[in-house]
Unconditional design. Structure first.
Length: 155
């Protein structure tokens, strides 16, 4: 683990995004609230927030960072794609990009878990379902970390 003890505590913000590709009928069912397991976006948001707080337990060389804020946004890009954007904020000695990536990844995986019944083909496979473009789109610290510009995919 890298020693960050000599660094100053400053405001840190990181934003990560990703996309899940689904069948159009699944996206429609999500929007109409017809997914058997429940409200997909609410459950995925809670899962993402919980995952952000557990990042250092999942990634062995990641510092335990005192998170001060997490925001998770969802946007339907078209009839087969949903974007997730996770913003993480902390006052810490190290950045929070790994927390943002974990939050976005877990939100996307939660969506997949909740809709897998609707995504499987006759052989039990997922020919159309995939997670794509998970990446850090913004990382700022200090005074610049006040409010990052929204950059959700497709805007």
């Amino acid at each position: 683990m890298v020693d960050v003890g000599d660094k100053e505590d400053v405001v840190r913000v990181a934003v990560a995004e990703g996309v899940i590709r689904l069948r159009p009928s699944t996206v429609k069912a999500i929007l109409e609230g017809k997914i058997e397991k429940g409200d997909v976006f609410t459950v995925a948001k809670v899962a993402a927030i919980a995952a952000v707080k557990k990042t250092s337990e999942l990634l062995p060389l990641c510092h335990n960072v005192p998170i001060t804020h997490v925001d998770v946004e969802f946007r339907v890009l078209d009839d087969s794609r949903v974007a997730v954007r996770t913003t993480v904020k902390a006052v810490a000695k190290t950045g929070v990009e790994m927390e943002a990536l974990v939050g976005t990844s877990v939100a996307l995986l939660t969506i997949w878990d909740m809709v897998k019944k609707y995504e499987k083909d006759g052989a039990g496979q997922y020919p159309e379902t995939r997670v794509e473009f998970v990446r850090v789109v913004e990382k700022v610290k200090g005074a610049a970390a006040g409010s990052p510009e929204p950059r959700i995919l497709g805007r």
